[in-house]
Design a protein around this ligand. Structure first.
Ligand SMILES: *[C@@H]1O[C@H](CO)[C@@H](O)[C@H](O)[C@H]1NC(C)=O
Ligand SMILES: *[C@@H]1O[C@H](CO)[C@@H](O)[C@H](O)[C@H]1NC(C)=O
Ligand SMILES: *[C@@H]1O[C@H](CO)[C@@H](O)[C@H](O)[C@H]1NC(C)=O
Ligand SMILES: *[C@@H]1O[C@H](CO)[C@@H](O)[C@H](O)[C@H]1NC(C)=O
Length: 329
């Protein structure tokens, strides 16, 4: 009883951070923080750019503004003055019919922004990743269900560990685009329009021990021996539901060789959800004999790969399987 009273007294005396006057924030609403983070959240829903901008342009104490959420609003272009001087650590923009994002719009948030999520804007066809330059605290970037077609180089972002770029229309990546991300731990590019991956598209510098590279549900049929470079020993590279038909040694050996016992490449066959035609269908002929014969269990780093004609797991083929029919090199 004594303890409950003490906690109660503590809450009353320190209190949760009070929201600004509701009149100032209209059409947006404010929610007070919780015991873990007392700062408040401003949520704008089913509004439009004019009224939301007007709210952020009003003067109110922004020092305790933790999160800005804008949902289902008719925003169109996010102009550079959209947030006036307001800043937040967490910014969520979902299903707002965004068509373009002006350079500099998030600059006031540079020092503190930790999460940026923009999704559900099918008219947004490009995103300039350079507008994140200098966002030292940015930890999570989600940009999904838009129509962006290209990933250009990301600036140096030492705290960015989680990038979700799923379900856009991405078909190309600038070489070395991700090299400025020294703390990357997961990169999702699933459900895009990737068909062939060029040199250095997925070159990494992250020192994290485990990295998840999700390329599921694309239409990838070819990669080069330099597509993936500087990969650590426990990377998990998911190429499931793409369009591989073979596993060339000169391309896959350098990748598998970099992986340790905890790293793997996944070639699961299932059909890609982005075109629903065919999935990875590996032809088990002499072109994969190298893998079956490979020493140091390199073949085991290729997971969930099966011969298309009989669904036999390639990693379980005996080492001498091809010896009668395929020449040794
Ligand atoms: C924005 O919303 C306000 C309030 O609902 C409305 O009066 C105004 O006409 C809208 N503006 C536009 C450009 O749609
Ligand atoms: C990354 O974030 C952590 C925790 O918020 C912080 O202590 C650290 O200074 C940040 N690192 C950089 C390089 O800003
Ligand atoms: C990552 O590791 C490399 C080599 O071990 C080291 O030189 C570099 O300073 C590390 N980078 C960070 C950001 O910790
Ligand atoms: C990739 O192939 C090129 C030319 O075919 C070769 O020069 C290079 O050493 C290869 N890289 C790797 C990592 O095997």
């Amino acid at each position: 009883m004594f303890r409950i009273t003490v906690i109660f007294a503590y809450l009353v005396t320190t209190g949760f951070t009070a929201c600004p006057d509701a009149i100032l924030l209209g059409p947006c609403k404010c929610t007070e923080g919780d015991i873990l983070d007392r700062r408040y959240t401003v949520t704008c829903r089913d509004a439009n750019a004019t009224t939301i901008k007007a709210a952020f342009a009003r003067e109110f104490d922004k020092s305790n503004l933790r999160t800005i959420e804008i949902w289902h609003s008719d925003i169109g272009s996010i102009t550079a003055d959209f947030f006036t001087d307001k800043t937040a650590d967490y910014l969520y923009l979902g299903n707002n019919e965004i068509t373009s994002i002006d350079f500099g719009v998030f600059d006031n948030m540079k020092a503190g922004l930790k999460t940026l999520e923009i999704y559900g804007s099918p008219a947004l066809s490009s995103f300039d990743f350079n507008l994140l330059e200098g966002f030292q605290q940015l930890n999570k970037l989600h940009l999904a269900f838009t129509s962006i077609t290209e990933v250009t180089s990301l600036p140096l972002l030492p705290n960015l560990s989680n990038i979700y770029l799923g379900y856009n229309l991405i078909s190309s990546i600038e070489p070395f685009a991700f090299e400025g991300l020294t703390d990357l731990s997961s990169l999702h590019l699933n459900g895009n329009k990737l068909s062939g991956l060029g040199d250095y598209w997925l070159s990494f510098t992250s020192n994290r021990s485990l990295i998840w590279v999700d390329l599921m549900n694309n239409q990838i049929e070819s990669i080069t021996n330099n597509t993936f470079t500087k990969i650590g020993t426990s990377y998990e590279i998911n190429l499931a539901r793409n369009k591989f038909t073979t596993i060339p040694e000169e391309i896959f050996y350098p990748i598998l060789e970099q992986l340790g016992i905890f790293g793997y490449v996944d070639l699961y066959p299932g059909v890609s959800s982005t075109d629903a035609l065919s999935g990875n269908e590996i032809v088990c002929d002499c072109n994969i004999a190298w893998l079956v014969r490979a020493e140091n269990s390199i073949g085991n780093r290729l997971q969930r790969s099966y011969c298309a004609h009989n669904s036999f797991p390639i990693s379980q083929m005996p080492a001498d399987f091809f010896d009668d029919v395929c020449p040794q090199n």
